[in-house]
Write a protein that binds this ligand. Structure first.
Ligand SMILES: Nc1ncnc2c1ncn2[C@@H]1O[C@H](COP(=O)(O)OP(=O)(O)OP(=O)(O)O)[C@@H](O)[C@H]1O
Ligand SMILES: [Mg+2]
Length: 239
């Protein structure tokens, strides 16, 4: 599904990603972990073209991602961030349907049916006409996930989707992500929720010093991480 080869990304003289190699197979759920500032968000942002890269290659389904096809690629790669940037002047259904209609030019009836099905799945059907200001943080984040899913992506990138939420709302959002995993969605998940990462991810990629320091099964990583940095990292979560 995704193949990253020798990916290098710098901001000025700061080389954040120093040659990342990574392969994600269809249906895999991979947790991307690592200390603050190690480049997790940068990696996710380069994958869906929100950041340019200095060198290296990113392939999505064996097709090299480039300036020419990034618009099309982005429709197949959904991304959800910490801050759910829903449009304040649009209601829930309008927020969800906007890109499928305007960008993908899909049929309105089909999109609406799909949107309502997704809303039902995250138990927010009754909020379809609500505006973002009328929703809780957890509800907004579930809407942001539905909005990404309504594009029918084949790969989902999650960047700390629960970081801005109160503890009781974290669970409802993580449940949605877990359901997606159970349904076989291919996902890259950056999270600070270690119990969640262990439960949902089949694999852990631990970034340190701009490189992939560990890439193993989540069982292996959480029970006996190989590197000292990874051990320290887990300790900092009192994990
Ligand atoms: N637009 C930018 N311009 C300059 N430097 C940046 C930019 N975005 C990120 N950086 C730097 O790149 C490094 C990696 O940042 P990134 O946001 O990818 O880290 P992260 O692993 O996601 O951290 P966190 O866990 O705190 O979210 C940091 O040192 C950061 O300061
Ligand atoms: Mg980040």
């Amino acid at each position: 599904m995704l193949k990253i080869k020798q990916l290098v990304k710098s901001y000025g003289s700061l080389e954040v990603l120093q040659g990342i190699n990574l392969e994600i197979k269809k249906g895999e759920v991979v947790a991307v972990l690592g200390p603050s500032g190690c480049g997790k968000s940068t990696l996710l942002r380069t994958i869906n073209g929100l950041e340019s890269i200095n060198s290296g290659e990113i392939y999505f389904k064996d097709e090299l991602i480039s300036k020419k096809n990034i618009i099309a690629m982005r429709q197949k790669i959904g991304m959800v961030f910490q801050s759910y940037d829903l449009f304040a002047h649009l209601n829930v259904l309008q927020n969800i349907m906007l890109a499928p209609l305007k960008v993908q030019k899909r049929d309105e009836k089909e999109v609406k049916e799909f949107a309502l099905r997704l809303l039902e799945r995250v138990r927010l059907l009754e909020k379809q006409s609500a505006y973002p200001r009328e929703l809780s943080g957890g509800q907004k984040q579930r809407i942001a996930i539905v909005r990404a899913l309504c594009m029918r992506p084949e790969l989902m990138l999650f960047d700390e989707v629960t970081a801005a939420l109160d503890p009781e709302m974290v669970r409802e959002v993580l449940e949605v992500v877990r359901d997606l995993a159970n349904d076989g969605m291919t996902m890259l998940i950056v999270t600070h929720e270690m119990n969640f990462a262990r439960a949902v991810a089949s694999r852990v990629v631990f970034l340190d010093g701009g490189r992939v320091a560990e890439d193993e099964s989540s069982e292996q990583f959480f029970s006996s991480p190989k590197h000292e940095r990874a051990r320290e990292f887990l300790k900092s979560f009192e994990y």
